[in-house]
Design a binder for this molecule. Structure first.
Ligand code: HEM
Length: 347
């Protein structure tokens, strides 16, 4: 076998010959466009790795029955945590680009029109694979392919196709819906504290609802109606009441060993949402410093548009907002022994 050579293995020549600034041709007359290109390329490489990890996690869940204490589950959590570390890294990279000033940027900015990070296919694929749908986005009209600076027709089709496959969010909701916690056989010995009987709701949830009501302060009256809506009636956003109940249950009893990995999973999804919005925030602040209130090269309103995405673009908002409905540890209903011992978590 031939000796493998470092630069051949990582195809370094291709990468190092892929920087072609539009504003200068020799290093003597160079400006910050080189930094601008390289930093975008580095981002795109990390986006590629994130997509790779996301697909792996999606396939674990697509296979259906996964054991919550199995290798599959810990692999999924591990890969999602890796995505978190990559996002931390690329958040820090913003400060490298910020060493370029607004005037430095102006030297080549107009040559970029109408291209923009808005057209980053991989960034859109990450959003779509996580579960952010095109029709839930801020200023959906910006995605029309006839608009200058929008995604190309082929890229938009690819993003729409990913949306029609199972997104990570849909898979997580299905996994939560399969949780077998409320099989009657586990609850025979459970002693309901609340007096109310209900055909409709499980005795555990009647107790939990009571405990939650008692935990509310005077000016939080409307929270109980919201609790009923989220956990018994409509669910929240794209997440069904059954899945919301499972997410709350895992969060409340996360100290039990069987819930350790499921809780880690939910927590890491919230973390990914948070890190992505940290990126949106840093990018938005940088853009304001760089172009002030001017429109973007991609033709959006610029900083105003980016600020809108910051408050609206979350994939796992519902999971994060489970915190609204927690009660103190000491007030939690005691779980029956049979449930603690027997739930096998083969879901
Ligand atoms: C001088 C630096 C930068 C400026 C002034 C800038 C400016 C903008 C502006 C104004 C937009 C809105 C679309 C438009 O109308 O153009 C945008 C979107 C975007 N930019 Fe940047 N950008 C910069 C650097 C970067 C870098 C380094 C990345 C890394 C890949 C990036 C990725 C993106 C992405 C993914 C979007 C779409 C955001 C969304 O729609 O949620 N940008 N950028």
């Amino acid at each position: 076998m031939d000796n493998l050579y470092y630069s051949d293995y990582i195809e370094l020549d291709k990468i190092l010959n892929s920087q072609h600034p539009k504003s200068f041709s020799s290093p003597e007359e160079g400006n910050d466009e080189m930094l601008f290109i390289i930093i975008h390329q580095v981002y795109e490489l990390w986006f590629k790795q994130i997509i790779f990890e996301l697909d792996l996690v999606r396939h674990i869940f697509i296979r259906g029955r996964i054991n919550d204490n199995s290798d599959d589950m810990s692999k999924a959590v591990h890969k999602l945590k890796r995505i978190g570390r990559i996002l931390e890294l690329i958040n820090q990279q913003v400060s490298v680009l910020e060493t370029m000033t607004a005037l430095d940027f102006l030297e080549f900015r107009n040559l970029l029109l109408p291209a923009s990070g808005f057209q980053s296919r991989q960034f859109r694929l990450i959003e779509a694979k996580l579960g952010l749908k095109l029709n839930q986005r801020y200023k959906r009209e910006y995605y029309r392919t006839t608009r200058r600076g929008s995604l190309s027709e082929a890229d938009l089709q690819e993003v729409s196709h990913v949306e029609s496959e199972s997104t990570l969010k849909e898979l997580i909701v299905q996994w939560l819906e399969r949780m077998p916690f409320f099989d009657e056989s586990y609850w025979r010995e459970y002693r309901q504290a609340a007096e109310l009987n209900s055909e409709e709701h499980h005795k555990f949830w009647i107790d939990y609802r009571n405990a939650y009501r008692n935990s509310l302060s005077e000016n939080e009256g409307s929270r109980l109606a919201e609790f009923d809506k989220v956990f018994f009636e409509a669910g929240r956003g794209d997440v069904s009441p059954t899945a919301m109940r499972a997410a709350l249950f895992i969060t409340i009893y996360r100290n039990l060993p069987i819930f350790h990995l499921p809780f880690e999973l939910l927590n890491t999804l919230s973390e990914i949402d948070e890190l992505l919005s940290n990126w949106r925030y840093r990018h938005f602040m940088m853009v304001r410093r760089m172009i002030g209130l001017r429109v973007g090269t991609g033709g959006t309103s610029g900083a105003g548009y980016l600020e809108g995405t910051l408050s609206q673009h979350y994939a796992f908002r519902e999971i994060t907002e489970v915190a609204t409905f927690l009660i103190e540890r000491s007030k939690r209903p005691l779980l029956p022994k049979a449930l603690k011992e027997k739930v096998s978590f083969n879901v």
